[in-house]
Ligand binder design. Structure first.
Ligand SMILES: Cc1cc2nc3c(=O)[nH]c(=O)nc-3n(C[C@H](O)[C@H](O)[C@H](O)COP(=O)(O)OP(=O)(O)OC[C@H]3O[C@@H](n4cnc5c(N)ncnc54)[C@H](O)[C@@H]3O)c2cc1C
Length: 431
């Protein structure tokens, strides 16, 4: 996507944030205990926690802080993991599934604590309403709620019957819903810029417009080369997610980059906004290509829906997303869409994050599969703890081996596209 606003994509998020002046690029030689590559939630959280643990840190960002998915996403801070608990139990066993649930809740708590501790003004809000978009999804959603209440002692979630759905939205086409009062939501770019400020205040150096072009294993650690300079570090953190490209081949085919799109309406009348989203929650549906939405503080509907699997964005993102928005809210047929933007995220095959360490010195976390606001923030912290001497939760996440996408880094796309298109076709068939 073209960067057009101060080095950022032209989105409602950039238009509604105070974008700080650009930071310096790396020029010449530098040394640090840890060099973090990528200034999204993963990299910034790693940098912040590493500084708190007493390590010297340099962050290298190819573009601007929060230029990637962390400055473009839907701002939903969901509980648990991207994969549901029943699947996690089947794949990893009861005990690991319980730990993953705990870690998912701690990730939401971590985001909340960071927002409060660093006084990040990011339109922080509470609760998510998740809708069954097909009749056939109702039983599964009910089972999930019951399972969380019974086996995870989770009392923040409750079901909403079809006849009461008007209490949570005026949207149409839904059959049942779950309200999760433990979820949070926020303005993603403001959160990311606030994290960067906390990182800088803690004494780490962030270089922008400093794309890393190569990594070399050295005697003392890793050499990190950019177009303008070089960092000698004992350890490196790769936090590039959907923008990793060819930087580090051993982890490239653990993930698949995909594009997702969001629009922002013009500000809505108070009464309309209250009808669309009476709880001022984040909302989402159960389709394979998920629709997700929330209100901004100035009462715009921020609505995400639609994916592409090539490296191209649609010519008109507003035209691409509008039908998905109108299918749920036909009452907005004459509402203007003021902004449309897209971003690239990385998914894994089982939708669980891919954390690990290579050669004892190159740590990485990626593949948050659309659930990264909490889990990428947590992954950064876990990497910091691992570098600081090790931590069980890092080992737990690193132990969840994700299968590589077939075809290797270059030929991943065709098989993925076929699979994704099959499921998105199923979304459109029947209710
Ligand atoms: C449209 C959209 C909607 C989403 N909605 C949600 C949501 O509502 N809730 C949720 O939980 N998750 C959501 N996600 C996912 C979430 O945004 C990501 O999981 C999360 O932001 C990942 O953070 P990150 O720091 O790992 O990666 P990113 O934020 O993508 O950051 C990676 C950074 O690395 C930099 N980089 C890459 N290569 C190099 C290099 N060679 N040298 C230096 N820097 C480099 C990039 O410029 C980029 O800034 C969404 C994603 C998208 C795209």
């Amino acid at each position: 996507m073209q960067s057009s606003f101060n080095g950022y994509p032209d989105s409602w998020y950039t238009a509604s944030s105070q974008i700080p002046p650009g930071r310096e690029s790396l020029n010449g030689e530098a040394t640090a205990d840890v060099c973090v590559i990528g200034a999204g939630y993963t990299g910034l959280s790693a940098a912040l926690h590493l500084k708190e643990l007493g390590h010297s840190v340099i962050v290298l960002e190819a573009e601007r802080v929060g230029w990637g998915a962390s400055g473009r996403n839907g701002g939903h801070v969901g509980t648990g993991q991207r994969a549901d608990q029943l699947s996690l139990e089947a794949w990893f066993g009861q005990s690991a599934a319980q730990e993953l649930w705990r870690l998912g809740l701690e990730a939401v708590e971590l985001v909340t604590d960071l927002v409060l501790k660093h006084q990040i003004e990011c339109e922080f809000g509470e609760a998510n309403v998740h809708f069954a978009a097909k009749r056939s999804h109702v039983a599964e959603l009910k089972e999930e709620i019951e399972h969380l209440q019974t086996h995870y002692n989770y009392s923040n979630i409750e079901g909403v019957d079809k006849r009461s759905l008007h209490e949570v939205t005026s949207g149409i086409g839904f059959h049942y819903a779950a309200i999760d009062r433990g979820a949070r939501h926020l303005h993603p770019l403001k959160y990311c810029l606030g994290l960067a400020q906390a990182v800088a205040d803690a004494g780490a150096t962030i270089f922008e417009r400093s794309k890393v072009t190569s990594l070399t294993q050295t005697k003392g650690g890793v050499g990190v080369t950019t177009e303008g300079g070089h960092v000698n570090a004992k350890k490196v953190v790769i936090a590039c997610n959907g923008y990793l490209d060819t930087l580090f081949a051993p982890i490239a085919s653990n993930i698949m980059p995909i594009n997702n799109f969001i629009v922002a309406t013009e500000p809505l009348d108070e009464a309309v906004a209250a009808r669309l989203n009476p709880l001022n929650a984040s909302l989402s549906d159960s389709l394979f290509v998920i629709n997700y939405w929330k209100l901004s503080r100035d009462r715009r509907l921020i609505f995400g829906g639609g994916e592409t699997y090539s490296d191209k964005f649609p010519d008109s993102i507003t035209d691409f997303v509008r039908p998905k928005l109108l299918a749920i809210y036909p009452e907005l047929s004459t509402t203007k869409l003021d902004f449309g933007w897209g971003g690239t995220l990385a998914i894994t095959r089982n939708r669980m994050p891919d954390l690990g360490v290579s050669n004892g010195s190159i740590f990485y976390a990626q593949g948050f599969s659309g659930h990264g606001v909490p889990t990428a923030t947590m992954a950064g912290k876990l990497i910091a703890l691992a570098i600081n001497g090790g931590h069980d939760d890092f080992d737990l996440m690193a132990g969840l081996k994700t299968r590589k996408f077939p075809g290797g880094p270059l030929l991943r796309r065709p098989s993925l596209i076929a699979g994704m298109l099959f499921y998105s076709l199923r979304d459109r068939l029947g209710r």
